[in-house]
Design a protein around this ligand. Structure first.
Ligand code: FAD
Length: 384
């Protein structure tokens, strides 16, 4: 067993760390306040290969392994969860899904642009009345000659208002339940397709979230992604990729909260000495450190399994479940170390705390991860 990063992984870590320190961390608070997605930084991320980490070079990706992919998510999460979230959707839910299920024409049309940041994608599974029970979605796709006519609404879709293309899940067979779902590639300029931004979010404010409204959207049959009626498998495989990226991002955000807390604990003097010298503050730092390290090990172990190409749904769900709960604990404790100052948007731990909250909700809630892990452990057939 080897716990060391290799020279290429270390080089990418250094490159992304420096990029985040210069281009992201100093501005994350401002983007959050203004609910502004920084396009110019996104473009630069594409240029330096961050958006194509684990995408093969033949599709203009960077051809990196899964541990390096996690390192990139971790470093982005360190600086700004909104940027990490946008990255997760772009690469894990969209680019890798097209790569895995698309035909050659679809891959050539979309993957290079996505990997280079020239176009942006989103993943439309959730609806107003179906979230955890995604198989019960009610958007429809009715065959009409060489086209499908899509109708329905999607809710809480990351990048909806800024994307060029969506992977949309809709029922081609209303009576067949989850087995009647098909995945479609839908260009956002298709007539009848529109979006509505969602504002007033607790966190991830620099990330675009919106509704998708489909009103007789005419999509050519060539835009079916994978096979007709096999869309739910496409959706679940995509979530497996995204959960890994979310877990890695949580490790990065938690590491940032810990580093800020350590810095503050050494500077803040109470009862005649830095609070770092008070053992109960040390206890907080100890618990946070252990939390971050455990999360990182779970992520890297999962990445190792992904590199080997072995089944890793159990490990991915464990990493996602643990890390998403862990970043909430660590951010909570960081504010405790900061005292009243941690309650102010003047300090980044306040934003990290708000941003942490989404991680136990999206890409499958903590309860759904617990059910997946429990079902696998007990040998019960998966329901999600
Ligand atoms: C900021 C943001 C971005 C998002 N981005 C995307 C995106 O890009 N694409 C997309 O498709 N979706 C996206 N989502 C949607 C997200 O994936 C869903 O919110 C999530 O799956 C939960 O669904 P829900 O909100 O409908 O909650 P519900 O499914 O209604 O769940 C409510 C509660 O009930 C619990 N629960 C439900 N079923 C069970 C059960 N069987 N056993 C135990 N507990 C259960 C849940 O764990 C939760 O605690 C996003 C959401 C947010 C907030």
């Amino acid at each position: 067993m080897n716990f060391d990063l290799d020279s290429e992984q270390l080089a990418v870590k250094k490159l992304v760390k420096e990029f985040v320190e210069k281009e992201i961390t100093p501005f994350a608070g401002e983007w959050d306040k203004e609910e502004k997605f920084p396009w110019h930084v996104w473009k630069k991320m594409g240029e330096i290969g961050i958006l194509g980490t684990s995408i093969p070079e033949e599709y203009d990706g960077s051809g990196m392994d899964y541990i390096t992919h996690a390192i990139v998510a971790e470093e982005l999460g360190y600086g700004c969860s909104s940027m990490r979230g946008t990255y997760s959707v772009q690469i894990s839910l969209v680019t890798k899904t097209i790569l895995a299920w698309g035909n050659e024409e679809q891959k050539r049309k979309y993957v290079p642009g996505l990997a280079m940041g020239e176009i942006i994608g989103c993943y439309g599974l959730t609806e107003p009345d179906s979230g955890s029970d995604a198989g019960s979605l009610s958007s429809t796709a009715d065959k009409d000659g060489d086209f499908y006519i899509l109708n329905g609404n999607k809710m809480w879709i990351t990048n909806a208002g800024i994307a060029n293309v969506s992977i949309i899940f809709a029922k081609t067979d209303r009576a067949a339940g989850a087995k009647g779902i098909t995945a479609f590639l839908v260009d956002h300029d298709t007539p009848g397709f529109s979006t509505q931004d969602i504002h007033g979010k607790l966190g991830l404010r620099a990330s675009n979230t919106g509704e998708i409204i489909m009103n007789n959207v005419r999509v050519p049959k060539e835009n079916v992604l994978g096979e007709v009626g096999k869309g739910f498998r496409v959706a679940l495989a995509a979530l497996d990729n995204a959960r890994y990226t979310v877990a890695a991002g949580c490790v990065g955000s938690a590491q940032a909260a810990l580093d800020y807390a350590k810095q503050h604990a050494k500077q803040r003097v109470q009862f005649g000495k830095p609070i770092a010298g008070h053992q109960l503050v040390q206890q907080l730092i100890t618990n946070m450190t252990l939390d971050v390290e455990c999360g990182r090990l779970l992520v890297y172990r999962t990445g190792h399994m992904k590199n080997k190409g072995v089944v890793n749904t159990r490990e991915t769900s464990m990493a996602k479940y643990y890390c998403s709960e862990m970043v909430n604990r660590v951010a909570y404790n960081a504010i405790q170390v900061f005292g009243g100052y941690g309650f102010s948007s003047e300090y980044p731990v306040e934003r990290i705390y708000r941003d942490a909250r989404i991680n136990t909700l999206y890409e499958g809630t903590s309860q759904i991860q617990q059910l997946i892990i429990g079902n696998i452990e007990l040998g019960i057939p998966a329901f999600v």
